[in-house]
Design a protein around this ligand. Structure first.
Ligand SMILES: Cc1ncc(COP(=O)(O)O)c(C=O)c1O
Length: 470
């Protein structure tokens, strides 16, 4: 370790946050309906597994695209040899049109303003390198995606200053919260280079309102800073209000030839909308030619492979397919979100009203033994080790209020989701009983006999090989 760089030794990566720890615990004991029915159910992973049948059926009908052929002739050599680091023009055109379609064809996107990256992870980091210097700050509304600590800060040495949002107004961004964050950065002697939002929000599962978008545009205009809008969930809006991209707001305001037009940058990826995070396909869209040029050079560190671009250019150019996929996928997501809300409601748990994404923002404040983050961790540990659900605590998303959790619903089968809901219901009942009986929570959870009975309630059978002792 002594011989390694400071970067390797510093822990700004955030790998030790409960968000990643939960994944590690899940991997030690993953749930499987048949092989490990008492294992941990993964509800901390924002994966979209609901529409693979649609992708598979398209692949089956398009053997040329899958077999790297054009009009029956192999183009393997063309794809396997040199790749122009600016990306395949056919893919960039298809991606720009797909992004327009998701935005209700209300915005015109030029393929020359797109920079391809290995997922949104790489897009966000690349933008940090382009827009800010080490020690500069970006303002982010809380709660935010836990991966941002790694993606935005770790290698770039940029600081994140939170824009504190809270439950009193459904975690909406306000003018005063923006100003307060800016002042906080100034107090810390940090130069603010921009604001980064996710729209729709991870972890809230809500789209930004027009009011918030206008606030943001006015704020960055007044301060002369950048706005990054991470729109990775833009194709997953399944309830009204519809998704509005900040680009649409600028167009409606006729800002096309003004300075601010160059200060707004969009991050996108196919990881969520098409459910293919393993393919590593992301993009930056910017109207600023200098940003596009610098980001294109940097993209050499994280290109999208030629065969992936070739395959996806064929898929995304098939407009009939993309239309059906997007609308069917939205229907399936809506159904899942309703299942989760119903299941949690049966257990006496409420969620923030949401209209997008792969998760709900779940309110478990009533289950805390005190209004503290220690109590949040206490309940999180019970849920992961004893109930067997990996959910993400709000503290890992830098939420300012204890007791909120992000719960994913699209990375499992309906049966698994039902099983998770059953477990949570039993858990809440047992918690409530404990409260009614007035016994001390900590005492309760430290007593083996009570753990035994909880494990029995949860799994309806013997607890022997249920690994709650860790
Ligand atoms: C808001 C947000 N941005 C970026 C990412 C990273 O996505 P990718 O897999 O495309 O790198 C995620 C993944 O969960 C995310 O939620």
């Amino acid at each position: 370790m002594k011989l390694l760089s400071k970067k390797v030794k510093c822990n700004a990566h955030g790998q030790d946050s409960s968000y990643f720890l939960g994944w590690q615990e899940y991997e030690k004991n993953p749930y499987n309906e048949v092989r490990n029915p008492r294992g941990i159910i993964q509800m901390g992973l924002a994966e979209n597994q609901l529409s693979f049948d649609l992708l598979e059926s398209w692949l089956a009908q398009n053997p040329d695209a899958v077999g790297f052929k054009k009009n029956g002739e192999s183009i393997l050599k063309e794809l396997a040899l040199h790749q122009d680091y600016r990306g395949l023009p056919a893919f960039k055109n298809a991606l720009a049109e797909f992004m327009e379609e998701i935005r209700g064809n209300k915005v015109r996107l030029k393929s020359e303003n797109l920079v391809l990256t290995a997922g949104a992870t790489s897009a966000n980091e690349t933008l940090m390198f382009c827009l800010a210097d080490p020690g500069n700050a970006f303002l982010l509304p809380t709660p935010y995606y836990p991966g941002f600590d790694r993606d935005l800060k770790w290698r770039t040495e940029i600081q994140i200053v939170p824009i504190q949002c809270n439950s009193s107004n459904g975690f909406r961004i306000t003018g005063s919260a923006l100003e307060e964050a800016y002042k906080e950065a100034e107090r810390r002697n940090l130069k603010v280079k921009g604001v980064l939002v996710t729209n729709p929000s991870n972890p809230l599962g809500i789209t930004l309102s027009l009011h918030e978008l206008n606030l943001l545009v006015n704020f960055i205009e007044a301060k002369g800073i950048h706005l990054i809008s991470d729109e990775i969930y833009s194709g997953l809006v399944f309830n009204s209000p519809d998704f509005v991209s900040v680009m649409e707001v600028l167009m409606n305001k006729n800002y096309m030839n003004t300075q601010i037009w160059n200060q707004i940058h969009i991050v996108y990826s196919l990881s969520k909308d098409l459910g293919i995070p393993g393919f590593r396909v992301g993009a930056i869209y910017s109207n600023d030619k200098e940003v596009v040029s610098a980001a294109t050079k940097m993209s050499s560190f994280g290109l999208v492979s030629s065969q992936t671009q070739y395959l996806l250019s064929a898929m995304l150019s098939d407009k009939k397919f993309t239309k059906t996929y997007v609308s069917e996928n939205r229907k399936r997501l809506k159904h899942r979100q309703e299942m989760l809300i119903r299941g949690l409601r049966n257990a006496g748990i409420r969620c923030l009203e949401s209209n997008a994404g792969l998760f709900c923002w779940v309110d478990m404040r009533h289950l805390l033994s005190s209004n503290t983050f220690e109590a949040e961790m206490e309940i999180w540990k019970k849920i992961i080790y004893e109930v067997g659900l990996n959910i993400s605590p709000g503290s890992s998303c830098h939420c300012a209020e204890p007791g909120w959790f992000r719960v994913c619903f699209a990375n499992m089968s309906e049966e698994t989701l039902n099983c998770a809901m059953q477990r949570i219901k039993v858990f809440v009942n047992s918690e409530c009983k404990t409260n009614v009986n007035g016994s001390n929570r900590n005492q309760f959870w430290n007593k083996n006999s009570r753990r035994k009975s909880l494990a029995n309630w949860v799994f309806g059978q013997s607890f022997h090989d249920y690994k709650y002792e860790r």
